[in-house]
Design a protein around this ligand. Sequence first.
Ligand SMILES: [Mg+2]
Length: 168
Amino acid sequence: MSRPLLFLDVDGPLNPYAAKAQRRPEGYTTIRPTVGSFRRPLRVWLNPAHGPALLGLGYDLCWATTWMAEANRWIAPVVGLPELPYVDFGTGLFAFRPDGVHWKTEAIVAYAQGRPFAWVDDEQSPQDTRYVGTHHPGPALLHHVDPRIGLREPDFAALRDFATTLPA
Ligand SMILES: [Mg+2]
């Protein structure tokens, strides 16, 4: 059986954008991407230890972020990740859904095609858990990360645990 997928958000889990503005967390480095996007932060904090930690979890990694292809240019080299595939949200980017499901969720479930996955993000809600439970036939972990803090060891432990509980 193939490895589970890990859908990875950038702003929140890798970039703790909601941390106090004048206090860069320890271990982080600052980048100022010049790509224009009105939804994207101008100052991005990234931790070079995150890439190696993520690569050691036993998943196939995949970007699930507004950065889409730009994540490979701006984020991957700084956090220590190789070029990764990404979920193309197309016209669904930021699209409002009256059922309260996040605009990423349907595309993530479609991308997974039934494969077990974990989704690391700072914006899931119970509606997303419900949507995944209804539309995704395999195991799934929606793992929430506080955007004031970003990924830390307990998050990696939870992801590792989920991957090891999957049927071989
Ligand atoms: Mg986010």
